[in-house]
Design a protein around this ligand. Structure first.
Ligand code: SAM
Length: 334
């Protein structure tokens, strides 16, 4: 208890500023690792505050701490353990410095020079009695891939999501953040909105102007908190839901039956679509952005029933056909 009292409102010992460390260790930002650093403590504190209450027995995992500005804000909130996963080994000295400062204050800091896309959560966090927070100013290059991987983990209650209260507080390009949070009918509504909202409640917390970063990216940044739904919208297999939603949004401007129809061979497409939209009770002339999450799930459910009865159709891949428009070959989450 005494330690906890000491830890609350904790102050780190005097440290060089992040700006000084970047200079000292000559940490030039690498474009290929999407490095844009935050230097302003008020902004990094605000990001960490967006994660909500962090208890003294919680674990925080920070993705891509870089020179450690958000890391300092997290340490000031005194979690029991802080796990840092950073791909670029050049940041090791500045992160080690933070670890040393945290030691006398009974804060455990584990530094992993590793790729977050390959980081084995169950190995590094075997115990699930402690609450886990995922926080990060994400590298743009991997942010969408990372959350899609995490949604799959969430759907399977594995990795970081063996507990159902692991929240993610993450930055994205502002446009991507808006897509994640876009509601039914919004013009940004896309595949990523639906995928995010099947397993989580995304909340746009605030935006950070590009000029707050060094070097300045071309876009502004949005901070989103993704709160896992206590009751996800479906327990259908992740891969099947992903496939159906991807097909629906393949033709964004067309009636939703057009994209959905590409799940089936052309000769039977119209008849199957007619029947399945009826069964799902979905209007087939809605545009994809007008479909609710529940309607997408119903379309995935009837697709599953259909392929269970017709397993050959599950293997049909319209992209292997001739003359597929190139925009339909894209895996982009737009
Ligand atoms: N957190 C720091 C800040 O806010 O100033 C740096 C943020 S910077 C946008 C992204 C960080 O993620 C960089 O430090 C970069 O090296 C790191 N990074 C890039 N790809 C990564 C990956 N696959 N796994 C872990 N870290 C990665």
């Amino acid at each position: 208890a005494a330690v906890r009292i000491l830890k609350s409102g904790m102050r780190l010992p005097p440290l060089p500023t992040v700006r000084e460390l970047v200079k000292l260790y000559q940490l030039q930002a690498l474009k290929q690792l999407s490095q844009n650093f935050l230097m302003d403590e008020r902004i990094t504190d605000k990001i960490v505050k967006s994660a909500g209450r962090i208890d003294t027995h919680d674990i925080v995992l920070e993705v891509g701490p870089g020179p450690g500005a958000i890391t300092r804000s997290i340490l000031r909130r005194s979690p029991q353990r802080l796990i840092l996963v950073e791909k670029d080994h050049r940041f090791l000295p500045s992160l080690e410095l933070l670890k040393e400062c945290a030691k006398p204050l009974d804060l455990q800091v584990d530094i992993h020079i590793d790729d977050i896309l390959r980081f084995n959560m169950e190995h590094h966090i075997p115990d699930t009695t402690q609450r886990l927070h995922l926080i990060g100013n994400l590298p743009f290059a991997i942010s969408t891939r990372l959350i899609i991987n995490w949604f799959e983990d969430l759907s399977l209650r594995r990795g970081a999501f063996r507990r159902n209260d692991t929240c993610m507080t993450l930055t994205f390009q502002k446009e991507v953040a808006e897509r994640i949070c876009a509601n039914l009918g919004d013009k940004q509504r896309c595949r990523l909105s639906v995928m995010s909202q099947i397993w989580t409640q995304p909340v746009m917390k605030f935006t950070i102007p590009g000029k707050a970063f060094v070097p300045k990216p071309e876009v502004d940044v949005g901070v989103v908190k993704l709160i896992p739904l206590k009751q996800p919208k479906t327990d259908l297999p992740f891969g099947l839901v992903e496939k159906v939603v991807r097909h629906i949004f393949n033709m964004r401007q067309k009636y939703c039956r057009r994209g959905y129809g590409t799940l089936f061979p052309p000769q039977d497409r119209d008849d199957i679509c007619y029947e399945l939209f009826q069964r799902a009770d979905v209007e087939d002339t809605l545009r994809p952005f007008q479909l609710s999450v529940d309607e997408c799930i119903r379309l995935a459910t009837v697709y599953k029933e259909f392929i269970d009865a017709n397993p050959d159709i599950a293997r049909y891949d319209f992209r292997a056909q001739k003359n597929v428009p190139t925009e339909m070959l894209s895996d982009e989450y737009v």
